[in-house]
Write a new protein. Structure first.
Length: 114
């Protein structure tokens, strides 16, 4: 059983930055692709970014150039650095560990005020 614990959310003004962290338990982290998703009120959950076990990254068009996903396999942690935040980035952000059995974190709220 894998547990994912997100942290780093909060309230920030537009143009500000936040860094989200997601720490994983267990010993499978380094071999798995990790994802950040977000869900705004009344909207479907959407993929924000992913990073493969080899470090290849991919981003949603809406966050390209502003967000950076990274991972530290020694710490079993994936990060999401969010810069130039906009009110439309307001959502609950979730990390997801991919695989045959995927695992979700509990989510962390990000609120960007205008």
């Amino acid at each position: 059983q894998v547990q994912l614990l997100e942290s780093g959310g909060g309230l920030v003004q537009a143009g500000g930055s936040l860094r989200l962290s997601c720490a994983a338990s267990g010993n499978i982290f380094s071999s798995k692709t990790m994802y950040w998703y977000r869900q705004a009120p009344g909207k479907q959950r959407e993929l924000v970014a992913l990073i493969t076990s080899g470090g290849t990254t991919n981003y949603a068009d809406s966050v390209k150039g502003r967000f950076t996903i990274s991972r530290d396999n020694a710490e079993n942690t994936v990060y999401l650095q969010m810069n130039s935040l906009k009110p439309e980035d307001t959502a609950v952000y979730y990390c997801y560990l991919g695989g045959t059995l995927g695992y979700w974190g509990q989510g962390t709220q990000v609120t960007v005020s205008s």
